[in-house]
Design a protein. Structure first.
Ligand code: ADP
Ligand code: MG
Length: 397
């Protein structure tokens, strides 16, 4: 799960990280009211969407010459003018894809006097099995280019989770970021704080780009992007509250309501399966026969008829789906429940694409009988290979 920049900074602020004063607003009126309460004279108006690259992004409706999604304003009047231009319009950045994202919230923040822009992130480095800091003196808007062209300017410091961030770790990070005097002292306290936030809140990524050294020599977290491990959200009520569903795929929201594992992919065959292993095998065999999966929805073990129907509806809701393969190996999950769920869903939402069903395992005969007697145009398959061949053939017409 992702959150907005302003939410991420507030969260880091509660751990003691240095952030600017700012307010989130939803209308130009609110922008006017709240900007007046900031110290000024420089304000920054920042689009809040779940994507980076906003500074260099462009608004679809405003043309190529208009300013981007992060703007410096020199007066409250300018803040209001920017708010009017940005709210309700679609921001396209390197990370949003060509469709862009509609800006419904702005963050208005006190402007900082920037001396240097640095890069810092914390992630789980699977190659060493530890959380790790990744830092660079070349922060700001183009870290991808730095990684590509001058990878030696990116420094990785893995942390021993038994010890946490030691002074030696912090010193290494300070050296890598060329921090001196007050900025160095700030760094020595900031790095353990960020690590604590990362661990306590079960983050999968914490990215501060840029971390700035200000003209007064102090450090500040200027931008923050945070992702949380979805499997740990159950123990963080405060984080779940920050969810902004308007930023998420409606199908994924629906799937998470039903506790279904739904993953969107790029092809055109929708897959309903039970269990991650069978999902992988099903996708592999679809590819073997020359097609690509559009998604897979794992109904898991012991799903109800209603849950199966919800899964089927989520799969069919994707307009790219040109055919559906239901591949179930019933163990705990019973084939008749799958059959009932599929029939119920098809009766409700119709079936506009070919459907191939392969059932095996517990109550398989009953499941097949339900499908046969449903009167629906369902192609039955004998095994995984047969199922994949049949759905690929059906989609190829
Ligand atoms: P994004 O990464 O999505 O482009 P950032 O929050 O990193 O958005 O902002 C882009 C750039 O705008 C920063 O690299 C910085 O130069 C400038 N900027 C952002 N916030 C402020 C601020 N409060 N004061 C001064 N400059 C800012
Ligand atoms: Mg940034």
């Amino acid at each position: 799960m992702n959150i907005h920049e302003y939410q991420a900074k507030r969260l880091l602020g509660t751990f003691g990280a240095p952030i600017a004063e700012g307010v989130a607003v939803y209308s130009p009126e609110q922008a006017e009211e709240w900007a007046a309460k900031l110290p000024g004279p420089l304000y920054v108006v920042k689009s809040q969407i779940h994507a980076g690259g906003r500074g260099k992004g462009k608004f679809k409706e405003l043309g190529p010459d208009a300013k981007g999604g992060v703007r410096l304003a020199k007066s409250t009047e300018e803040v209001v003018a920017f708010a009017k231009e940005m709210l309700g319009n679609t921001l396209v950045t390197k990370q949003t894809g060509p469709a862009g994202k509609v800006v419904n919230r702005l963050y208005i923040e006190d402007g900082a006097d920037i001396e240097r822009e640095l890069y810092l992130s914390i992630l789980v480095d699977r190659s060493v099995g530890r959380p790790a800091f990744v830092v660079s003196t070349e922060g700001g808007m183009d870290i991808e280019a730095v990684a590509e062209e001058t990878p030696e300017k990116i420094v990785n410091v893995a942390i021993d989770p038994e010890q946490g961030v030691t002074d030696a770790d912090s010193a290494k990070l300070c050296d890598a970021l060329e921090l001196k005097d007050e900025a160095r002292a700030d760094g020595m306290t900031l790095f353990p704080i960020l690590y604590k936030a990362f661990m306590e809140k079960d983050m999968s990524l914490l990215e501060v780009n840029p971390l700035i050294v200000m003209k007064n020599g102090r450090l500040r977290v200027l931008d923050a992007k945070v992702s949380f491990d979805g499997n740990a959200l159950f123990r963080h009520d405060d984080i779940r509250e920050l969810r902004d569903e308007t930023e998420e795929d409606v199908k994924e929201i629906e799937a998470s309501k039903w506790d279904l594992a739904y993953v969107a992919l790029d092809g055109n065959i929708g897959c309903m399966v039970n269990g991650a292993g069978l999902a992988m095998a099903t996708m592999d065999i679809i590819k073997l026969y020359g097609k690509e999966p559009a998604n897979f929805c794992d109904v898991g073990g012991g799903a109800s008829k209603e849950k199966v129907a919800a899964a089927f509806k989520i799969i069919t809701a994707d307009p790219r789906v040109e055919g559906i393969l239901v591949n179930i190996f019933g163990g705990i999950m019973k084939c008749d429940v799958i059959a009932e769920g599929v029939v119920a869903a098809v009766k409700e939402v119709g079936l506009k694409v070919p459907l191939v069903v392969r059932l095996e395992g517990t109550n398989v005969e009953l499941g097949k009988k339900i499908l046969n007697e449903s009167g629906l145009a369902i192609t039955a398959a004998d095994d995984l290979d047969d199922a994949a061949k049949k759905i690929v053939a059906a989609v190829n017409g």
